[in-house]
Design a protein. Structure first.
Length: 492
C-alpha cells in the first residue's frame, strides 16, 4: 500500500516536472520518463547514416576551457536528423547544442552529463550554381571547404580568416574576414537558410520568408535555431586568382610609431592587417608581427598601400604572392585543437598607445609569472567602407562601427593556472575597453568571453532581439550561446 502510494507520488512528480519543462536528476543513459535507452531511441528515429556516441571526443573542440559537457554526441547524416534530434530532446527534457567547427570558446555553456551535442560536421556539402553567383552548403561546413570550392571555380566568397572554423558558426554572429572589405560581412552576403526551430520545425528563412527572424539570425543566429543548409552570394574573381600576403616584423621600440600608423592608415578595400604580439626565442622578447594582406597580386600597389609600414622599416619581411586557395594556410597554426584557450576580446575605434604600452609591460610579467609563452594577442584591422554601406537595417549585427577587433588567447594545459589567466585576460580587456573610444563597450559576439553584459554584444539590436526570442524560443532551448534573455528572466 505504502509502496503503491510512493510509486504514484513519483509518477506524479515526474509528470509535474515534465509538464513544466524543468530538469531533474536522472540516470545517464535512461530516460527520465521511462527507462528507455537514449542511444537506441535516438538511432531508431534518425537516418541510417547517423550515429550516436557517448564519447565526447567524437566531436573535438578547439579549447578545453569550459567546454560544453554532454552525455551524447549525435552525428547527423541528413538535414532531417537535426529536427528529429531536437524533437526528441524536447520530449525528454534534454538540453542540446549544435556543433560545427567546435571553435566556440565562450564560457556560456550550461550543459550537463546527460545532454546532447548535435554534431553537424557531416552536413558538409558545398556547391555552386551554374551562373556561379550562388554557393550552397551544409550547416556543418568549414571555412576552408568553402574557400577550396570557390578557388576551384574562380570565384570568391566572404569567409573568415581561418580554414578550420565552422562557416555557419562564423556567419550567424556576423562573419568578419578579408572579403568583407569588398563584399561586406558574411551576413551581408547570406541569401537564405533552412532552419530548425526550437519546436523542431524546419523552415526556410530569407528576407522574404519570416523576415523578422531573418534579421535576427544575421548577428544572433545561434539563439534562434540550427541552420542545416544555406545559400550565400559568390563573386567573380577579379582577373587574377592570386593575393599578396605575409608578415612584417618590428621590435618593441617601434610600438608608439606603429600604433600611430594604425590610427591614420587609410584601409582601402584591398587591405587587411592582422597584427600579433609575438614572443621570439630565446628570451621570449615580445615583438610586433603584422600580417599584411592585399587582395590581388599587384606587389607595387601593395607596397604603396602599406607604405607607412614599410617606412617604419620592418626587420623582417615574409610577404609573397600566393594563390587565393592558400590564403589562410599560413594561419593554420591557430587551428590546433586543445588544450585550454580562454579568449577575451574588445572592439576599438582607435588604438591607444598608453594602453598598449601598459599591456606590453604587463604581458611580460604575466609570461614570467605563469610560464605561458603561447599566448596570441591579436588586432585585426579591415577596410570598413563596404560593410558600412550595408547599414544595420537588414541584419541584427551591431558592430559595424568597430575599426579594430582585439583578442587575447592564452594557451596552456594546467587548469590550476585558470585564476591567473582569468585575471590577466580580464585586465587586458579592461585596458582595451577603457581606451576603446566608445561610450558603451562593443564586443563582437563571436569574440566575446561570456561574462559581458548583453548590451555590449548586441548593441541597439538587443530590445528587438529580446522580443523575437520570446516569439521563436520562449523556453530558451537555444540558450547556450550568449542567451538573449530579458533583465527579468536573468534574475530568475
Ligand atoms: C582559430 C579561430 C579563428 C577565428 N576566425 C574568425 C574569423 O576570421 N572571423 C570571424 O568572424 N570569427 C572568427 N572566429 C570566431 C568564430 O566565429 C567563432 O569561434 C564561431 O563560434 C566558431 O564556429 P564553429 O562552428 O567553429 O564553433 P562551434 O563551437 O561548433 O559553434 C559555435 C556556436 O555556433 C553555433 N552553431 C554552429 N553551427 C551552427 C549552425 N549550423 N546552426 C546554428 N548554430 C550553429 C553553435 O551551436 C555554438 O553555439 C575564429 C575562432 C577561432 C578559434
Ligand atoms: C544503450 O544502448 C547501447 C546500444 O545498444 C548500449 O551500448 C548501451 O550500453 C546502452 N546503455 C545502457 C545504459 O544500457
Ligand atoms: C576568372 O574570372 C575572371 C573574371 O570573370 C576572369 O577575368 C579570369 O580570366 C578567370 N580566370 C580563370 C582562370 O578562369
Ligand atoms: C581612402 O581611400 C578611399 C578608397 O580608395 C578613398 O575614397 C578616400 O578618399 C581615401 N581617404 C583618405 C582620407 O585618403
Amino acid at each position: 500500500m505504502y509502496m503503491h502510494l510512493y510509486i504514484l507520488s513519483l509518477i506524479l512528480e515526474i509528470n509535474v516536472f515534465v509538464a513544466h519543462g524543468l530538469r531533474h536528476p536522472s540516470l545517464p543513459g535512461f530516460l527520465n520518463t521511462g527507462g528507455g535507452n537514449i542511444t537506441e531511441d535516438l538511432l531508431a528515429r534518425l537516418s541510417p547514416g547517423a550515429s550516436v556516441s557517448t564519447d565526447l571526443d567524437s566531436a573535438p573542440r578547439w579549447s578545453d576551457y569550459h567546454r560544453p559537457r554532454a552525455g551524447y554526441v549525435v552525428r547527423v547524416a541528413e538535414e532531417r536528423d537535426v529536427a528529429e534530434t531536437v524533437k526528441y530532446c524536447n520530449e525528454h527534457d534534454l538540453k542540446f547544442l549544435a556543433q560545427a567547427g567546435g571553435h566556440g570558446w565562450a564560457d556560456t555553456f550550461s550543459m550537463s552529463d546527460n545532454d546532447v551535442i548535435i554534431n553537424l560536421r557531416s552536413l558538409n556539402h558545398v556547391s555552386l550554381n551554374e551562373a556561379k553567383d550562388v554557393v550552397s552548403f551544409g550547416g556543418g561546413v568549414l571555412g576552408g571547404e568553402v574557400i577550396a570550392k570557390a578557388a576551384a571555380n574562380n570565384v570568391t566568397v566572404s569567409t573568415g580568416g581561418f580554414n578550420c572554423v565552422g562557416y555557419m558558426g562564423i556567419t550567424l554572429g556576423g562573419g568578419i574576414g578579408r572579403w568583407m572589405n569588398k563584399y561586406g560581412l558574411n551576413v551581408d552576403n547570406l541569401l537564405s537558410v533552412n532552419l530548425v526551430t526550437a519546436e523542431g520545425e524546419t523552415i526556410h528563412v530569407s528576407p522574404t520568408s519570416h523576415a523578422h527572424l531573418d534579421w535576427a539570425i544575421r548577428g544572433a543566429g545561434q539563439n534562434f535555431g540550427i541552420v542545416t543548409s544555406a545559400t550565400m552570394k559568390a563573386h567573380p574573381m577579379r582577373g587574377d586568382d592570386r593575393v599578396w600576403v605575409g608578415d612584417l616584423f618590428y621590435p618593441a621600440e617601434k610600438l608608439e610609431k606603429y600604433i600611430e600608423i594604425f590610427n591614420t592608415l587609410n584601409m582601402t578595400e584591398e587591405m587587411t592587417i592582422h597584427w600579433r604580439i609575438d614572443l621570439t626565442p630565446p628570451n621570449n622578447t615580445p615583438v610586433i608581427a603584422a600580417q599584411v594582406f592585399f587582395m590581388n597580386a599587384d606587389v607595387e600597389a601593395a607596397h604603396a598601400a602599406f607604405k607607412p609600414l614599410y617606412d617604419l622599416e620592418p626587420y623582417k619581411d615574409t610577404t609573397e604572392v600566393i594563390p587565393y586557395g592558400q590564403v589562410n594556410d599560413a594561419r593554420d597554426f591557430a587551428c590546433v585543437h586543445g588544450p585550454r584557450k580562454p579568449v577575451w576580446g574588445a572592439g576599438l575605434k582607435s588604438l591607444d598607445y598608453e594602453a598598449f604600452q601598459t599591456l606590453w609591460d604587463e604581458y611580460a610579467d604575466f609570461v614570467a609569472k605563469t610560464g605561458i609563452t603561447s599566448t596570441i594577442i591579436g588586432i585585426d584591422a579591415y577596410s570598413n567602407y563596404a560593410t558600412r554601406q550595408f547599414g544595420s537595417k537588414h541584419a541584427s549585427y551591431s558592430q559595424r562601427d568597430v575599426n579594430f577587433f582585439a583578442l587575447i588567447v592564452p594557451i596552456y594545459e594546467d587548469a590550476s593556472l585558470d585564476p591567473a589567466v582569468e585575471a590577466f585576460g580580464s585586465r587586458v580587456r579592461e585596458l582595451w575597453l577603457g581606451s576603446s573610444g566608445y561610450d558603451i563597450p562593443k564586443i563582437y559576439q563571436n569574440f566575446a568571453h561570456g561574462d559581458e553584459p548583453l548590451e555590449w554584444i548586441y548593441g541597439d539590436s538587443l530590445p528587438r532581439l529580446q522580443q523575437l526570442k520570446k516569439k521563436w524560443d520562449p523556453r530558451g532551448r537555444f540558450n547556450q550561446w550568449f542567451a538573449i534573455t530579458t533583465p527579468e528572466e536573468r534574475e530568475l
